[in-house]
Write a protein that binds this ligand. Structure first.
Ligand SMILES: [Mg+2]
Length: 136
């Protein structure tokens, strides 16, 4: 049986081994990340339920929200604010608006995502100026 975190901590108290302290920290960070990682399907279902609860059912109104939120991503990126909390917020808001738009249109967002990915994953082409250009 592998040594658990409490046994490692005990051993660290005795040895004060810095390499062991580093391993313990890394393991704790990983387990905390795992704890907070929620299943994407659960989050998506909750977002769709939220949209339905709020009676969001107008595709054009929802499209305006999508554009507004993507515009907020653009606002951060064009100002080189790659690490800003506002960028994280804008990406999350964009995903929420797209999920709700999909639901309004009677499409499951993961099915849309998967069918797009199945089509693009085997495309041949090359990346030019940071953009993938498919072979025609
Ligand atoms: Mg926003």
């Amino acid at each position: 049986m592998p040594e658990g975190i409490y046994e490692q901590l005990q051993r660290w108290k005795e040895t004060k081994d810095l390499a062991l302290a580093s391993d313990i920290c890394e393991e704790m960070v990983n387990s905390i990340s795992e704890w907070y990682r929620r299943d994407a399907n659960v989050v998506i279902a909750e977002v769709m339920e939220w949209g339905r609860d709020k009676h969001l059912n107008d595709p054009k109104a929802q499209l305006n929200k999508v554009i507004e939120e993507v515009g907020e991503i653009a606002h951060e990126i064009t100002r080189n604010k790659y690490g800003s909390p506002e960028l994280v917020d804008a990406i999350g808001d964009s995903l929420v608006t797209i999920i709700i738009l999909s639901d309004i249109l009677g499409r499951h967002p993961i099915k849309c995502l998967d069918s797009a990915y199945q089509e693009i994953k085997n495309r041949s082409g090359k990346t030019e100026n940071g953009t993938f250009v498919k072979e025609s």
